[in-house]
Design a protein around this ligand. Structure first.
Ligand SMILES: Cc1cc2nc3c(=O)[nH]c(=O)nc-3n(C[C@H](O)[C@H](O)[C@H](O)COP(=O)(O)OP(=O)(O)OC[C@H]3O[C@@H](n4cnc5c(N)ncnc54)[C@H](O)[C@@H]3O)c2cc1C
Length: 438
């Protein structure tokens, strides 16, 4: 069998892989990418964050994204204690200069767009070809075996390897680096519906999050009057299911006044799907001549729609590592590794702190009663916009929020505050930028 050679070989053509490929090709490297499926294909993860927009610009795909997406100006949150009242967090009120909007997309279209974009940038991108084996060589290169749909194998020698295989976690799974998070076990059920009632005016494209005793529900408006509806729940609650997945999803959505009234006249457009316990982290995110980006390294929870942003931004940051490695500049490579590791952890930690506490009474209280003391709500909006990597002002405001969280948790514990009597969101816009709506 002849061995093909390439500078960079990428496993997976989702957002992380296609972004890495596009940007590496822009820098003049020879890039080869293998995707095991054929685009367009369904994928969950339809709500994007504003801080992804500058990356989209670097990929020169803004116009195409605008054509397939629904403009998303913010996010709203509704606690089951608040009936149908929600608190809206508009991105325009974020600290700093993060973009004031993002988009909601069908991932089949979005991922196809990114994949074709990286082909246009010069990447040798193959579909329906799976990477089946990777061997690390002493030289620091990797020998990669790829199999096509008919089972025919080919071998590639790659100077730098990027694992962007998503939840398949190709490398960390094979190497035993992957750890499930026992403290944050959850599962999701989701589908697409036509005719779900939308928010009005500028809020009509926003994502809505509703939380209840066993988890939370998302509603993401897509084009053509389709809305993605999903429930993320405790595994025990999911195990209590008796009927079909479709019935289970509807029963769950109908538990809350807010979601019930919005889905009442809608029709389901595809069979419900489920994904199991999905929270994990890998011991390593890199090594000599290789890097893991996006879900291939870690995935925590979709509550803040951070997955695609973390995937694309990690790909963007990883380019400097590949550059230095391929140029043989060991000092620059070590520097790039350190900065990649630090920034990746920073971003992940910013989200995980909120994610792990999201369903606690204190977080419920704070999200239902937003107060902009010390501009901490603006800091939270920046986090929701994905501005979590290097903005010190945002980090300071999030620290204030954490302090407030500790205080509220203590006051709830000793009974000075009562979660069940938490005041309803105000019916009029507040100075903070939070808008209560029905
Ligand atoms: C229930 C749920 C809801 C979510 N909601 C959101 C949301 O609203 N917003 C958001 O931003 N994120 C969301 N996410 C997360 C989001 O789906 C992921 O974080 C995102 O897709 C990660 O991108 P990626 O490129 O790393 O991986 P993926 O998008 O999974 O891409 C990986 C690609 O690699 C390919 N591949 C795998 N193994 C191989 C192999 N051996 N050879 C070749 N190809 C291979 C796969 O076919 C796939 O196309 C959600 C996740 C879940 C589970």
């Amino acid at each position: 069998m002849t061995t093909n050679t390439t500078d960079i070989l990428i496993i997976g053509g989702g957002p992380a892989g296609s972004t890495f490929g596009n940007l590496a090709a822009q820098r003049g490297w020879q890039v080869t990418l293998f995707e095991k499926e054929k685009h367009p294909r369904f994928h969950i993860g339809e709500s994007l964050l504003p801080m992804t927009m500058p990356i989209i610009d670097r990929l020169d795909l803004r116009e195409e994204l605008e054509a397939i997406g629904v403009r998303k100006n913010g996010a709203d949150f509704t606690s089951f204690r608040a009936g149908a009242f929600s608190n809206s967090y508009p991105f325009a009120r974020a600290l700093g200069d993060s973009p004031d909007h993002a988009f909601q997309v069908r991932r089949s279209e979005f991922d196809h767009m990114l994949f074709e974009g990286c082909r246009r940038a010069g990447v040798d991108a193959h579909e329906e070809m799976s990477v089946t084996k990777v061997e690390r060589l002493e030289s620091g290169s990797h020998r990669v075996t790829v199999s096509d749909a008919a089972g025919r194998e080919s071998t590639w020698l790659a100077k730098f390897l990027v694992d962007a295989s998503g939840r398949d976690t190709f490398l960390s799974g094979k190497e035993g680096w992957k750890h499930r998070n026992p403290k944050h076990a959850s599962a999701a059920v989701f589908s697409h519906f036509r005719g779900v009632k939308r928010r009005s005016g500028e809020r009509q494209g926003d994502i809505s999050i509703y939380w209840f005793e066993h988890g939370w529900v998302w509603m993401i408006p897509l084009r053509d009057d389709i809305t993605s509806v999903g429930a993320v729940c405790d595994p025990e609650y999911i195990k209590s299911r008796r009927g079909s997945l479709d019935d289970f999803l509807l029963e769950t959505v109908n538990r809350m006044v807010g979601t019930r009234s919005r889905i009442r006249d809608a029709t389901q457009e595809m069979p419900a799907q489920a994904t199991g316990n999905y929270s994990y982290l890998s011991d390593r995110m890199m090594g000599p001549g290789f890097l893991m980006v996006g879900d291939a390294f870690a995935f925590v929870d979709p509550i803040f729609s951070s997955g695609v942003h973390l995937a694309m931004s990690s790909a963007q940051r990883g380019i400097d590592m590949a550059d230095a490695w391929l140029a043989g500049d060991q000092r620059a490579y070590r520097r790039a590794c350190r900065s990649y590791e630090k920034e990746t952890q920073l971003g992940l930690n910013a989200f995980t702190w909120f994610i792990y506490r999201f369903r606690t009474p204190a977080m419920n209280y704070l999200f239902s009663n937003p107060r902009n003391a010390f501009r901490m709500v603006e800091g939270v909006i920046s986090m929701l916009a994905g501005d979590v990597f290097s903005n010190r002002a945002v980090r300071r405001r999030l620290l204030v929020f954490k302090g407030m969280y500790a205080l509220v948790a203590m006051l709830l514990r000793v009974g000075i505050l009562d979660e069940s009597q938490s005041p309803r969101p105000r019916a009029r816009p507040q100075r903070t930028g939070n808008v209560a709506s029905e």
